[in-house]
Design a binder for this molecule. Structure first.
Ligand SMILES: C[S@@+](CC[C@H](N)C(=O)[O-])C[C@H]1O[C@@H](n2cnc3c(N)ncnc32)[C@H](O)[C@@H]1O
Length: 382
């Protein structure tokens, strides 16, 4: 690949920097990049494309396989390319085929485009790749090394942050953000610093080949003020949602393992209203696979997931007025857990809305990265 260093993009009041959003889904990265102009977006999925167009009518969306796009299809020169590439083959929850597998391998389709843009002198000075933390360890670290190496060979400085959306929102959602810069510089620290340079990120960094580590930087990002909302605060009103009947509630709660039953009993005995969240999981106990309901009452929802089957839909359990009620988390509540306000137009059908949000990136995390790292770099403040 030709190595070119473009002149730094300069922010002016009249012209915000331009971001291109790859693997855009419902466009939540773009919502967090509100201080950028979104020049274009790409996603292969028809349902996601419909949701994207409904919420971002002015943004050109290339509804296509990223592998089928070429630089000539995309007009303009971006300041930032954001890629929330598919995670199924990297997720600890799935079979880990890694970055060579069909779905997560779409990253390389994105990278092929960056190479073409580079050859045309149009590569962005900043690239962000978002994925699950499983990318740090899949293939024994080879996948993470391959992504960083591709960026380093192209002349970018590379660093990463592992950020849990729970710092902003009542959802546990750790995600990896690989940030690459060339021709611009963002704020850095000399070595790993909590909370975003986690032990597993430092370990993955330690496994990188020396040639890649020479291009490594530890990006600096301020920790936000303490979160002031919890799961209970963003639920829809009790009379606006469908509760399970007694039989279904009892059958669900009967799946609790002892630890989770104890949590539930403690919440029920607390007196004041208690809100919990949980998933059904298959666990092996005494050599047998059993369905278990695993509950938390710590004010957080569990990480939203794509509802591929019953076990990936989240439950809400409420203890109040001497009784326990249970139901599914709704699509609107999932959107709120991603930091999306209620003006966002969800697709019809709970399954589609939950899939859209389960795949997405949390808006305040993107906003924090934009404000604390990407925009300072593009405005030449570092
Ligand atoms: C992890 S999700 C990202 C969602 C997005 N960041 C959001 O906030 O909604 C990955 C997205 O990549 C899309 N995708 C998967 N394979 C693709 C491909 N080959 N080309 C283009 N998009 C693809 C999926 O449809 C999905 O919306």
């Amino acid at each position: 690949m030709t190595i070119r260093v473009e002149a730094s993009a300069v922010l002016t009041a009249a012209a915000p920097p331009v971001a291109w959003e790859f693997f855009a889904g419902g466009g939540l990265a773009g919502l967090g990049l509100a201080r950028f102009g979104i020049g274009l977006a790409n996603d292969i999925d028809a349902m996601k494309a419909t949701a994207f167009r409904a919420n971002h009518p002015g943004i050109p969306l290339h509804e296509a396989d990223v592998w089928s796009l070429s630089a000539g299809d995309l007009s303009g020169t971006p300041d930032l390319c954001w890629a929330s590439s598919p995670c199924q083959d990297l997720s600890l929850a799935g079979a880990r085929g890694g970055l060579q597998a069909t779905r997560s391998g779409a990253f390389w389709g994105f990278w092929q485009l960056i190479r073409q843009l580079d050859a045309a002198g149009r590569a962005p000075p900043v690239i962000v790749v978002e994925n699950v933390a499983g990318l740090l360890s899949s293939g024994g670290g080879a996948d993470f090394a391959a992504v960083c190496q591709a960026m380093a060979v192209a002349g970018y400085r590379v660093g990463a942050l592992e950020i849990d959306a729970a710092l902003w929102l009542p959802q546990s959602r750790p995600r990896l953000f690989i940030v690459a810069m060339r021709g611009v510089a963002g704020p850095t620290v000399p070595g790993p610093v909590a909370p975003f340079h986690t032990a597993r990120l430092a370990a993955a960094h330690g496994r990188l080949p020396e040639t890649v580590r020479r291009s490594w930087v530890w990006w600096s990002l301020a920790t936000p003020a303490r979160r002031n909302s919890d799961l209970a605060a963003l639920l829809q009103p009790d009379d606006a949602v469908d509760w399970f009947d007694t039989t279904r509630t009892e059958a669900l709660l009967a799946l609790c393992a002892p630890l989770h039953r104890t949590r539930l009993d403690r919440a029920a005995a607390a007196g004041a209203r208690q809100v919990g969240a949980g998933y059904r999981r298959v666990r092996t106990e005494a050599g047998h696979k059993v369905q278990r309901l695993e509950l938390r009452f710590d004010g957080l929802a569990g990480c939203l997931r794509t509802p591929a089957g019953g076990s990936s839909r989240q439950y809400v359990v409420v203890c109040a007025d001497g009784r326990i009620r249970a139901r599914r988390l709704t699509g609107r509540e999932a959107a709120r857990l991603m930091g999306v306000d209620d003006s966002y137009r969800l697709p019809p059908g709970e399954g589609a809305a939950l899939k859209l949000m389960g795949d997405a990136v949390a808006v305040p995390v993107v906003r924090a990265l934009a404000d604390g790292l990407l925009l300072p770099a593009l405005s030449g403040r570092f």
